[in-house]
Design a protein around this ligand. Sequence first.
Ligand SMILES: *[C@@H]1O[C@H](CO)[C@@H](O)[C@H](O)[C@H]1NC(C)=O
Ligand SMILES: *[C@@H]1O[C@H](CO)[C@@H](O)[C@H](O)[C@H]1NC(C)=O
Length: 375
Amino acid sequence: MMLSLLRPLLVFFLSLLLLLLLPGTQGWAPGYSNGFHYQDISNGNGNGEIYFNGVRLLVESPQPSVLATRGSSVILPCHYHYEPEPSTPRRTRVKWSWLPANTITEPASPEDLAKETEVMVTMGNRHRSYGSFKGRVRLRRSAPGDMSLVINELQLNDTGRYRCEVIDGLEDESVTVDLELRGVVFPYYSQKGRYHFNFFEAQQACRDQDATLATFEQLFTAWEDGLDWCNAGWLADGTVQYPITVPRDGCGGVDLAPGLRSYGQRHRLLHRYDAFCFSASVKGIVYFLKHPTKLNFTEAVQACASDGSQIAKVGQLFASWRLKGLDHCDAGWLADGSVRYPINKARSNCGPPEPGVRTFGFPPLFLKYGVYCYL
Ligand SMILES: *[C@@H]1O[C@H](CO)[C@@H](O)[C@H](O)[C@H]1NC(C)=O
Ligand SMILES: *[C@@H]1O[C@H](CO)[C@@H](O)[C@H](O)[C@H]1NC(C)=O
């Protein structure tokens, strides 16, 4: 901030020096517009534009955060203008960069800025996109100064904090927009038992269920929506927490207000907990397979394959339950060897009075249930 305030001043004095030292030199004749004059010593390469005074570059976004759907397109709004407007168009560069959700720390730390990586850089009509954004991003450009970023085919791991930075010579202003996905958080533990995952195993476990480790924001939202879970799990930022809506003994105690109980950052290799996974909408559908008999696990996997689909993953079941209203009162095998069923309209004989995905844990694989498939 200080630097950006000092820069124009510094430039002003340097330019004054130039004027005094090099009278009559070609290529620096000051231009006059609206009473504000600036000098371009860049010889057209886009660098080194200078303001003498008065002109301000403003970069704004009407939405500090955007909620989107996996697989769809999203627009992260950003536009800029000058005050006062210059009479001739200015040459600007625009850079979009981002901080993936799993690297954001709460509260924000100064190191966050250094962890930002590039999404897209544009200069005039030329542009370049990077990493997993290659071929998926463009600028909207629906009006002069509109530098909104359009991202197609949104993926689970696109969430995070995006920065729109406009660079005009030595001026440089930016604004951030948070991207969140519509989805559902679910607690997940290993087939081998409770508190079995280190951080990396938790990451992999969520991935295996077509999900990703939940961010603090996602768990917080789930808690606001009523999630209460008395087992600690890894989050994407490497902290271990759990959401409590009804304070009680053994879950932080009755004296603590409802909220997220946090153990803070834990050792990513040595410490073991459950996981909080985040799953967003899925393209396909999850269905309970109509089958004349109940099935053991091997038969269940085979039955979905015979039906032209695959046995469903836990993340797919939760997403279908939460985002598509899947409701079926029959326990069925899932790909990880767990048995569950999704209830939206609670009724007698279908578990507790609240909606939810009921779980039977990981029963022995020879036991017989139905099966949920994914197509
Ligand atoms: C994000 O997810 C996609 C699809 O699952 C994957 O191909 C990509 O490598 C992931 N990117 C990162 C940075 O993890
Ligand atoms: C399931 O039943 C089949 C016979 O239909 C048997 O071959 C298979 O071993 C059983 N699988 C398990 C896990 O018990």
